[in-house]
Design a protein around this ligand. Sequence first.
Ligand code: ATP
Ligand code: MG
Length: 350
Amino acid sequence: MRCLRMERNLFFRYNIKMAKETLPVGRQVAVSGVQPSGDIHIGNYLGAIKQFVELQNKYKTFFFIVDLHALTENPDPKKLREQTINLAALYIACGLNPKKTTLFIQSHVPAHAELGWILNTITPLGELQRMTQFKDKSEKHGVLAGLLNYPTLMAADILLYQPDIVPVGEDQVQHVELTRTLARKFNSKYGETFKEPKVLLQKEVARVMGLDDPTKKMSKSAGLNNYIALTDAPDVIRKKIKTAVTDSGSEIIYNTEAKPGISNLLSIYSAFSGETISKLESKYKDKKYGEFKSDLAELLVQKLSPIQEKYKSLLKNKKSLMKILDAGAKAANKVAEKTMKEVREKIGLI
Ligand code: ATP
Ligand code: MG
């Protein structure tokens, strides 16, 4: 009950749309990105990428690989290059169609960094210091200015394309809310320039939890046993699900407070199978954790294998991936430059 109330407040406060609401027809704009900071996992897929794929049919969409954001973790350059191309292949393998969506690398559109800087100049330091991601990540990586300024760069990523909605996982809601605040602030200081976008959340899987710690969100940076990567081999998937933390007792029921581990696995099962959680609860009534987990592992192997095959085949032709990304950057630069022209003029840059 408490969870439900908290959730309702969150949705009210942050102007969030639910993915299952009827989406408006027409060419509204949707924008989002994923960091090439490690293995892309089922949390990224369910919370973000799966929504991107659905949205490209109704919206004008800009989806990108946020390599400048990934720099905040000081990655090995060779690895960053590899992960950037891998993510492009994975986006397409998951169903993004470069003919329908503008797919590009963030650093290929210099306006992101430029607008990020400009937004820094109207952002109070305290707004950035209170961000949950900044607090969590600076514990791990030290207090880097890049981590602190992550949300202003993200605000630029979004506002450049004048979107109506931003599909993200729940952990990014706070950053989109700051984006809305900055858009309002800029507009009232310099005149109407930016649209204030709404967050779009895939409610049931907006926060997939870690397999090794179901009280924290699944994260690329949290270690191998924390997540199922979209590219994990069948035996790795089976092993990870088998060793996923479960709860005391033996009942397979959804209760995030008393049974965070089983509840998380039920959400994942439901999202991949399309069966409701209550149907799964009845299906596994009187069954053991072991049987439930083994069925879930097989479901994941079956659902991820077509993505993996397509991914491997796309990576055989990196030149053609680069061509797609170049064309995407060209199209994105056009739109971003239009916004920047107006911004520069309004703030007094010659
Ligand atoms: P990192 O640990 O490097 O920050 P990450 O797993 O958080 O990686 P991001 O690239 O930061 O991944 O996020 C990409 C998108 O995936 C964002 O929209 C984010 O909200 C969403 N996302 C990330 N983790 C989850 C999760 N556990 N459940 C649902 N959505 C998620
Ligand atoms: Mg993240």
